[in-house]
Design a protein. Structure first.
Length: 641
């Protein structure tokens, strides 16, 4: 929330709402995909490009729903990079992070050039370099807006998207009465193959879906608002795409569509004259503006997140204390976009950006599979993608096919990008990396190895607390520092009590023998077996303002002598306790003045063990730290911030 002394930001304030999310996603999608691309793909598939847009949208769904799940579990700035790095590790994270930044920034540059192209319709000029100068000017403007803060940038995005959607609705309403059904025949002149080829070409139209995940750390109630905003934006944009293309085909002749790079503007001119032409050209310019603004906003968060993970120099993680903006990352992204606009041929690079987007979608789908199967107890998305894992697997196959269809040049350039990422990772990042990823957790589970580090689980746990706006209470703090004992074999209750007494002795500085006697007497007085699976031995010790908890798991149970199991003391008379059924123990010890907290701790434990499938998760947890995290992330009543 606040920058450290070195200027590195831990995270930003959550200022964006659901309409901001909607605007970022919709604004990043509505661009060349609808204002320019229809004329290009019409020559391939004819009127059936309507189906091409529909199929492209369906192909996006696996990535969209997977992103919605990941972002509700890990709403952090850096978004898609963050998910993939945590699930697939630092090398893939380095490659994907750079690829995300590169492709989004490149799309923003392309959109900025589009502004110049459409400005030329309204204000004709002859010097082709003016297009680039206009684009660079707008790039500078958006950098300045983003430097003022994400809320200001998000508000501008919302206003622009409302205007853009209004213009498209006006075009559809005024044009739909003038469509000529003869223009839709023949509907599939190139057959189904042409439809699928066109689908691959318009797939880039939905690339803006990932933009909002990169600013997820700045969204209020991200677990609810981000999926709602993403899915809402997808549905609205899909409807606008289909209806706009339908109207354009119905108004213009085939030759008019293929002979223009501004088909919607030409369609508006045919329906409402110069007013329609100017209005749709304005709409196109607005779409390019929203894409460019969203591109700078979201892509600049990727270097910031990578710098926090030490995959890029710390410089990129510096945050303005006043505006809470990663200003170095924003400026660097703006400079890169300006260089691309002025000096590079974008045609091949746009194909590379499309290829990288497909690779990104592949890894997003793969990440959900890995996170679900990793067994990390702190992975608790508020939304889960349906049809798991078949939805993700089908998506991955489709994305691979489309990547191959992109051609040799984009694949070679992407391969070179992968090589550069590998060199950078080996030279700079590898020696600094200590966190385990989800894929490592899966390997460890298969190979039955001890977990070497639980930094990922701890990090996900902290994200859950931040996401749900919860305050860590005293019970949480005690669990964080509690001794967690994990026994594979059956344990005699006296040996367990001896171990508990030894640990309590070191914490309270009291004789071990006295504590053992207290535990034994308390158990003989009335059993502390609450129900067959759980026991809570608890004692009162001398002193003031002291309280400790010890957590125990015994996979094969505790051997309790039948003399200590009093059926009358069990919560329900219907429950009988076998000597080896108790596999979970919370041992509590505190001074007399901690009686109130003692009751609070008992209440917290009761709520935790009532979580769905808690017993199964308890028995399947891998080691002491995962048991600790399972307790900490289980649902119970806590204070909110």
């Amino acid at each position: 929330m606040h920058g450290k002394n070195d200027g590195m930001g831990e995270e930003f304030k959550r200022r964006l709402g659901v309409f901001d999310v909607f605007a970022i996603v919709a604004g990043a999608m509505i661009s060349t995909g609808i204002f320019v691309l229809p004329s290009v793909v019409f020559s391939i598939a004819g009127p059936s490009i309507i189906l091409a847009y529909f199929f492209a949208g369906m192909m996006v769904l696996p990535a969209l729903l997977s992103l919605a799940e990941l972002v509700t579990a890990m709403p952090k700035s850096g978004g898609t990079y963050f998910f993939i790095e945590r699930s697939l590790g630092p090398f893939v994270g380095t490659f994907v992070g750079l690829a995300i930044w590169f492709s989004i920034a490149l799309k923003a540059a392309f959109a900025l050039i589009g502004i110049g192209i459409f400005v030329k319709i309204v204000l004709p000029y002859s010097d082709p370099m003016l297009i680039k100068y206009i684009a660079v000017t707008f790039a500078l403007l958006f950098v300045l807006i983003n430097l003022r803060g994400v809320k200001e940038s998000g508000t501008l995005q919302l206003i622009l998207v409302i205007l853009l959607v209004g213009i498209l609705v006006y075009y559809i309403v005024t044009g739909i009465e003038l469509v000529d059904v003869k223009h839709y025949s023949p509907f599939k002149p190139g057959g189904w193959r042409a439809v699928f080829v066109a689908s691959g070409m318009v797939f880039i139209s939905f690339g803006g879906l990932t933009s909002v995940t990169n600013v997820a750390g700045e969204v209020r109630r991200p677990g609810k608002l981000i999926p709602l905003g993403m899915i809402g934006a997808f549905l609205v944009v899909m409807i606008l795409y289909l209806l706009s293309v339908f109207v354009t085909i119905g108004i213009l002749s085939p030759s008019e569509i293929t002979g223009s790079l501004t088909p919607l503007s030409d369609g508006a001119r045919a329906t409402t004259g110069k007013l329609g032409l100017v209005l749709l050209s304005l709409g196109a310019a607005l779409s390019f503006i929203t894409t460019a603004n969203a591109g700078i906003m979201s892509s600049s968060r990727v270097p910031f997140a990578m710098a926090k993970d030490e995959l890029l120099p710390k410089l990129f993680g510096r945050v303005s204390k006043r505006r809470e903006v990663p200003f170095i990352s924003v400026i660097f992204t703006g400079v890169f976009i300006g260089v691309v606009i002025l000096f590079l041929d974008l045609e091949s690079l746009v194909k590379v950006a499309s290829t990288m987007m497909l690779i990104l979608f592949f890894f997003v789908s793969f990440s959900v599979i890995l996170m679900r199967y990793s067994g990390i107890v702190a992975y608790k998305p508020l939304y889960k993608a349906p049809l798991f894992p078949w939805l993700q697997l089908v998506g991955m196959v489709v994305y691979v096919i489309m990547i191959v269809e992109m051609g040799r040049v984009p694949l070679l350039i992407t391969g070179g990008f992968l090589l550069v990422s590998l060199i950078w990772y080996l030279a700079y990042s590898k020696r600094k990396y200590v966190r385990n990823s989800a894929i490592i957790r899966i390997v460890e589970r298969v190979m039955s190895r001890d977990i070497k580090t639980d930094r990922l689980s701890d990090e996900l746990r902290e994200i859950l607390f931040e996401r749900d706006n919860l305050v860590t209470d005293r019970f949480d703090e005690l669990i964080k520092r509690a001794v967690v004992l994990d026994f594979e074999e059956k344990v005699e209750f006296e040996k367990l009590f001896e171990k508990l007494a030894e640990i309590f002795s070191s914490r309270f500085n009291l004789p071990k023998e006295k504590l053992f006697k207290l535990l034994l007497e308390r158990e003989k007085e009335s059993t502390t077996v609450i129900y067959p699976f759980l026991a809570i031995p608890h004692i009162v010790v001398d002193g003031k303002k002291k309280f400790e908890i010890i957590v125990v798991r015994t996979k094969k149970g505790i051997i309790l002598p039948s003399s200590l199991i009093s059926k009358d003391e069990v919560v329900s008379e219907e429950i009988s306790v076998e000597p080896s059924e108790v596999k979970m123990v919370f041992a509590l010890a505190g001074t007399k003045d901690e009686r109130d907290f003692h009751l609070q701790a008992l209440m917290a434990i009761a709520q935790i063990v009532q979580n769905r499938n808690f017993e199964d998760k308890w028995l399947s947890a891998r080691g002491a730290e995962e048991l600790r995290n399972l307790i900490l992330v289980s649902e119970r009543k806590r204070k909110s911030r």
